[in-house]
Design a protein around this ligand. Structure first.
Ligand SMILES: [Zn+2]
Length: 455
């Protein structure tokens, strides 16, 4: 018997086997049970999440006369023919290769005839957004006055490309990406059945790569099994799939948070030597900082697809960095991604970016600056009118905790270009620091520093 790929072999044949789309399958079953069938449906959503499978099961359920309402028996002739793609009453059309007006005209002609051996004539048009505009217009005519024995099921990965006139005549269902734990559960079931030994951590890696697509996950599992055989080690999975080693990503984020540029350079060296795509590594690094940030903002919300041990490490690193720093790093990474896209030296861009990120550690956070400003503002407000008129004197003594921070704040303000050269011209200001005030030297130094910068 020829080998059948997992995605085909494990294609769901009843609504119950479709995972992650319960909101849709339940509605469709109810529609059949209550006899409230629309004449056209459109299934939108990412690839590999079950649109075509659901369309076929739905077609079977509509035309099956033997099973319970809403549940295809998968035994009768109609069910068999649909499964094998041989049914004359259920036609599956690929919108990408039959996109012209002639094909749709032909479909319209055929739709006039009664079904040969089933209650309905059903047209499943996959990738319907690929049809040309004249083809859509021809289709619209049929949708406006559909023969009672005809049903349409459209599937598309890009609903927004389907004309609104078509959409408004269909019942629309949006398919979701399948959550990682559900994909892992299905992969586990498949492995058990196929007698393949692989740990949950290995399957999680595969599921993460699939990005919510069951079909992709099954294809990747196929790939892994055909390379490693019936026993797959966790260490083999990243190698086979070309996934970047988690250890490298964690080492990078740790080095950036701790401001250790030599370690960053060592990571880039490894990334380069192991032949990883630098752009892919960069994306993984962005995802890592996104996860770090999410773990602080919404802990326990299941927004991070990771193993438990990885989550622990994420939590540890995130707490060390703090929310503001993570936000700065992530924003910086997002902004610099463009540079990486157009450079012919991706390694150089990666190195400079990571070194720059290391130096972010010394910056005062925005929150800290705001706190200091609030303290200053309070002091200005609390000044008596007499004091305000005495322009020659400093507003008040600097507080004791101000002094050690002066050097820290000053370079920041200067580098941010906030010092307006005209307004801070020393000739306009008649500030004459009172020498008798304690701590006057530091205050004077600070003013001189600001004047110096603005010249
Ligand atoms: Zn049947």
């Amino acid at each position: 018997m020829p080998y059948e790929v997992l995605a085909r072999k494990w294609r769901p044949q009843v609504f119950e086997d479709v995972i992650g789309q319960e909101h849709i399958t339940q509605t469709l079953v109810n529609a059949i049970r209550t006899g409230r069938l629309a004449h056209a449906y459109i299934f939108g959503g990412p690839r590999g999440v079950g649109k075509t499978s659901v369309a076929r099961i739905f077609a079977k359920a509509i035309n099956c006369t033997e099973g319970e309402p809403g549940i295809p028996c998968n035994q009768c002739r109609s069910c068999h023919e649909i499964t094998e793609g041989k049914s004359v009453d259920v036609q599956e059309i690929d919108g990408a290769s039959n996109r012209g007006i002639d094909e749709i005209r032909e479909l319209r002609e055929n739709a006039k005839y009664m079904p040969s051996a089933s209650p309905y004539r059903i047209y499943i048009i996959d990738e319907v957004h690929m049809l040309t505009l004249p083809a859509f217009n021809a289709l619209l005519k049929t949708l406006e006055e559909p023969p009672p024995h005809v049903k349409f099921i459209f599937a598309t990965t890009e609903s927004h490309k389907v004309p609104i006139t078509i959409l408004s005549r269909c019942q629309r269902f949006d398919f979701k990406r399948i959550p990682l734990p559900k994909i892992v559960a299905i992969l586990e079931k498949i492995c058990k059945h196929e007698d393949v030994h692989i740990k949950t951590t290995g399957l999680s890696m595969i599921a993460r790569e699939a990005e919510g697509s069951m079909r992709d996950a099954e294809s990747l599992l196929d790939q892994v099994i055909s390379f490693a055989g019936q026993t797959v080690l966790d260490s083999q999975v990243p190698e086979i799939l070309g996934i970047i080693d988690r250890g490298l990503i964690f080492e990078s984020s740790s080095a950036i948070i701790e401001g250790a540029s030599p370690r960053c350079l060592a990571v880039v060296e490894k990334v380069y030597n192991q032949g990883y795509d630098i752009k892919e590594f960069y994306r993984a690094l962005m995802a890592q900082f996104r996860n770090l940030l999410v773990s602080l903002i919404a802990p326990g919300k299941h927004l991070i697809d990771m193993s438990e041990s990885d989550k622990e490490e994420i939590k540890h690193q995130a707490e060390m960095a703090g929310e503001e720093k993570l936000q700065i790093v992530l924003n910086f990474l997002i902004v610099r991604e463009n540079d990486l896209r157009f450079t012919s030296y991706p390694r150089l861009v990666l190195e400079t970016t990571m070194i720059k990120l290391c130096s972010l550690g010394g910056y005062l956070s925005f929150g800290d600056i705001m706190k200091k400003m609030a303290v200053l503002e309070e002091r200005v407000i609390s000044l008596s009118p007499e004091q305000t008129r005495e322009n020659g004197k400093p507003l008040s003594d600097p507080p004791s905790d101000w002094i050690p921070n002066v050097k820290e704040v000053a370079p920041d303000i200067a580098s941010m270009g906030k010092v307006d050269a005209e307004k801070s011209n020393p000739t306009d200001l008649k500030l004459q620091p009172d020498k008798s005030v304690s701590g006057e030297k530091t205050w004077e130094d600070f003013l001189q520093f600001v004047f110096g910068k603005s010249k």
